[in-house]
Design a protein around this ligand. Structure first.
Ligand SMILES: CC(C)(COP(=O)(O)OP(=O)(O)OC[C@H]1O[C@@H](n2cnc3c(N)ncnc32)[C@H](O)[C@@H]1OP(=O)(O)O)[C@@H](O)C(=O)NCCC(=O)NCCS
Length: 177
């Protein structure tokens, strides 16, 4: 199905699992997204971590977004998410987040958490769309500038309202791309 859509529309955004061959490209994109990027070897470790799940968004064979999480018991810890700077504001970040949350549900997850910089209102807005709320603050968490981290959680991922929202948005975003 994805392949058919890819052939029909060359700008189709494909979401797929990250593999060994992707990690150097993802690490390069990570540098454009974060002031303290992960190393290539950190990505290799994550790709082979059985508790982790990392995906990429790809357009015309080019990696334009990425995200990952650890699933531990019934919780997903979203570890990273980033989009090519020139392609932001085109629903790629949301597509990647929705794809991650969908896979989390498949893995038996009921709630998800992440950390986000206090000043990163763009990401906070994205997370708020999926019910994430700030439940704690880690003072000075980010070493590069001593910025606080908001610890956000979304609960009740198995509630019908959440499942309906996720299904609806996934369909809309897949149609959009
Ligand atoms: C956060 C990030 C992944 C969002 O990706 P994106 O593709 O630009 O976002 P989308 O186009 O999918 O937008 C989804 C939602 O994010 C929020 N958002 C996106 N751009 C925004 C902006 N310029 N201002 C305010 N909110 C914004 C909105 O809630 C938006 O939904 P809406 O369009 O219905 O209002 C991207 O900005 C990024 O890579 N940032 C750098 C890395 C980073 O900070 N990652 C998060 C770490 S916690």
């Amino acid at each position: 199905m994805a392949l058919e859509k890819e052939i029909e529309s060359p700008d189709f955004v494909l979401i797929r699992k990250m593999c060994n061959e992707d990690v150097e490209t993802v690490a390069e994109l990570d540098k454009k997204c974060f002031p303290t990027p992960w190393t290539v070897s950190a990505y290799y470790t994550e790709v082979h971590n059985p508790s982790a799940y990392y995906i990429i968004a790809e357009q015309n064979g080019v990696v334009i977004g990425f995200a990952g999480m650890w699933c531990i018991m019934d919780e997903a810890h979203i570890t990273t998410i980033g989009v090519e700077p020139e392609l932001r504001g085109r629903k790629i970040g949301e597509l990647v987040l929705v794809s991650l949350l969908d896979e989390a549900l498949n893995r038996g997850v009921h709630r998800a958490t992440l950390e986000v910089r206090r000043t990163n209102t763009v990401a906070q807005n994205l997370y708020a769309k999926y019910g994430f709320k700030t439940m704690a603050v880690r003072k000075g968490y980010y070493g590069n500038n001593n910025e606080d981290a908001f610890v956000m959680w979304t609960d009740d991922m198995c509630e019908p309202d959440f499942l309906r929202l996720l299904r609806q948005r996934k369909d809309e975003l897949e149609a959009y791309h």
